[in-house]
Write a protein that binds this ligand. Structure first.
Ligand SMILES: Cc1cc2nc3c(=O)[nH]c(=O)nc-3n(C[C@H](O)[C@H](O)[C@H](O)COP(=O)(O)OP(=O)(O)OC[C@H]3O[C@@H](n4cnc5c(N)ncnc54)[C@H](O)[C@@H]3O)c2cc1C
Length: 600
């Protein structure tokens, strides 16, 4: 493969496929398509190649604050709840968000993947997705020492021969084991019925419970010079750097260049528009712009913010919006940029009473995570009331979402809200995640906790035809009062953990929420003023039947044009009780197979 940041070297060349975005999904697809030496692929990535940057490679250095040059710097519009603009970090680097994410390796519930099929996407169910998520993965089975230190897993949940290496840090960061043990036990004490131990595995389709985190990392060797040095398994590491040298001359990766739009073949009345070329420009020197010619297809893998932006700039989107910006309408598809779903969270931070040892470096900071169901959060009766509130308001809420411009039609949004209510109810999906983590740099530990299945919906739309101008992001965080109250419950519950004596002896003071936060009203104010963006945006190019507000079909083809697919987190119609990367790899593996089968 060839990685270059010189646009001239690929300008005016013809490629079978051009992939827009060298992120989690984009690099997976590019790798799989170029397994056939006859197929040429160009990946265009706006970010740079950070192959040897320890902020990326070293899992112990995970720190969003240090990634300013590796991310897009997006902020939301001022949110109705709290009036604040929130940072919405998204990777802008080879490997995309997989190069800067928290590396937690988890999946949603069986019924959440099955819901995609029920919403009108044949073949998108748990059985198929689990097969593809496993195809992407090469799991390091934990050794006895790791198991003795609290790791649980289910071998069946994992792929063994894929490219993304996953597992647990080696050696296991023992100086923190007493902390994880105390926090995990506290979680079990305050959340009745929470599963723990046994073969709990957050990739099994049954994530409910508390367990030590597994990660997308290459565990350190047991001896030799790399002993104890874990390395991040990003999409770039897994699908590019680990290819044998001199392999894949048919795979071209251009970094530091922004794909600006699709140039279309002239439109005849009878045929759907097809892409002729991709326009792209140097990020540092936008006056240098080029074309790459497309033989077969364009695959848009620019992520949940980048993909709707690129489609709109290419003339695919809401007619009124595009015309107001003088963009020629190629496909009037008002679903593009709607249905944005990110989660909202809250934190608790405590000053450690013991030294958080430097030897834990090279391990991700999150030690364990609890995935909690609604009855476990609110009790059986509280959960029942919550679910009836959601059930009784489906049409009303769908109407409000459509009025906000965050959905296209009431029937489609209602169908999705119904599917979500079923997950809260009979499917008993986790609705809250509580991550237990520590920071050696500040000698603190605590929780980050968030609602997993928000009921609010938002938008992402371009505001200019200039590709350098960021889109307007409006997730409408916590606009639904049920979501807000659940997050307040989450915050109060997290505090209870730190009142348990075995945890209390591990810290000297509570930094956040802070001891002044005591009453229900205090917690409401704390959450209102301090909630943060969880950075799991999905759904902005939803895979659904067009009549229900979809933008791509079950083959990921964009409606109203030919030869353009979208494959990344943006196609997920509904949020899942998980972190997203494993699911995105699954989407990408499946997309590659769909493309291969169609072209063979
Ligand atoms: C800070 C952070 C922490 C996270 N933690 C976790 C975690 O612990 N576990 C987990 O599973 N998930 C986590 N996630 C979420 C997960 O990493 C992402 O959801 C997933 O990687 C998204 O994959 P994607 O392919 O949709 O987009 P991305 O991986 O973001 O890829 C999109 C790529 O397209 C590029 N691009 C966009 N527009 C253009 C354009 N016009 N031209 C050229 N290039 C373009 C971008 O620069 C980017 O590289 C986290 C995310 C973040 C940001």
């Amino acid at each position: 493969y060839i990685i270059t940041n010189d646009g001239v070297t690929v300008a005016n060349q013809l490629f079978d496929y051009v992939v827009v975005g060298g992120g989690t999904a984009g690099l997976t697809i590019a790798n799989r398509l170029t397994e056939n030496p006859q197929i040429t692929v160009l990946v265009i990535e706006a970010g740079l190649n950070a192959q040897n940057d320890s902020r990326v490679t070293d899992p112990g250095s995970f720190s969003i604050a240090d990634y300013s040059d590796l991310q897009w710097g997006y902020t939301t519009v001022n949110q109705t709840i709290s009036g604040r603009s929130l940072g919405l970090t998204v990777g802008k680097v080879l490997g995309g968000s997989s190069s800067i994410n928290g590396m937690q390796w988890t999946r949603g519930t069986v019924s959440q993947y099955d819901a995609m099929e029920k919403l009108g996407n044949p073949g998108w169910n748990f059985a198929s997705m689990q097969q593809y998520m496993k195809k992407a993965e090469a799991f390091h089975t934990p050794n006895e020492a790791q198991i003795n230190l609290g790791v649980t897993f289910s071998s069946d949940a994992h792929g063994k021969s894929g490219r993304v290496i996953t597992g647990f840090p080696n050696p296991y960061p023992c100086p923190l084991c007493k902390l994880w043990d105390a926090l995990v036990n506290a979680t079990i004490q305050i959340i009745p019925g929470l599963r723990s131990g046994g073969n709990i595995d957050q990739c099994s389709g049954h994530p409910n419970g508390v367990a030590r985190c597994s990660y997308s990392i290459i565990p350190g060797a047991s001896d030799g010079p790399t002993a104890g040095v874990n390395i991040r398994s990003s999409a770039a590491q897994s699908f590019l750097y680990s290819l044998p040298p001199n392999n894949r001359p048919n795979l071209h990766v251009l970094t530091g260049h922004l794909a600006t739009k699709i140039i279309w073949n002239s439109k005849s009345r009878t045929e759907l528009p097809t892409p002729q070329a991709i326009a792209f420009q140097d990020v540092e020197s936008p006056q240098f712009s080029f074309l790459a010619l497309v033989k077969r297809e364009v695959i848009v893998s620019s992520g949940s913010i980048g993909s709707p932006k690129f489609l709109e700039l290419s003339g695919i989107g809401n007619r009124r919006l595009l015309e107001s910006l003088n963009i020629t309408v190629i496909s009037d598809l008002s679903s593009v940029g709607t249905n944005l779903q990110d989660q909202a969270g809250t934190i608790g931070i405590y000053s450690s009473a013991f030294q958080l040892n430097a030897s834990v470096l090279h391990s991700p900071p999150q030690g364990a995570a609890a995935f909690v169901t609604l009855p476990q959060m609110l009790g059986a009766e509280g959960a029942q009331k919550y679910i009836s509130r959601l059930t009784q308001t489906i049409t009303q809420r769908a109407t409000e979402i459509v009025e906000l411009g965050a959905g296209v039609n009431v029937e489609g949004v209602s169908r999705m809200l119904e599917a979500q209510v079923a997950q809260f109810g009979e499917d008993n999906a986790p609705v809250v995640e509580i991550v237990l983590s520590s920071q050696t740099s500040s000698q603190t530990f605590g929780t980050a906790a968030w609602i997993l299945l928000p009921q609010y919906r938002g938008t992402v739309h371009i505001v200019s035809s200039d590709p350098m101008v960021p889109p307007a992001l409006n997730p409408n965080y916590l606009l639904n009062s049920n979501d807000l109250s659940l997050l307040v419950n989450t915050s109060t519950l997290s505090r209870q953990m730190f009142n348990i004596p075995s945890v209390k002896e591990l810290y000297t003071s509570e930094l956040l929420p802070g001891i002044s936060v005591q009453t229900q009203t205090d917690f409401e104010n704390y959450v209102h003023d301090n909630y943060f963006a969880v950075l799991h945006p999905i759904g902005t190019v939803p895979m659904l039947p067009r009549a229900l507000g979809g933008a791509v079909d079950a083959n990921l083809r964009v409606y109203g044009v030919k030869g353009v697919r979208v494959a990344d987190a943006s196609i997920l119609p509904l949020q899942i009780s998980a972190h997203l990367s494993s699911t995105v790899y699954g989407i990408a593996e499946k997309a590659a197979d769909l493309i291969k089968h169609e072209s063979s």
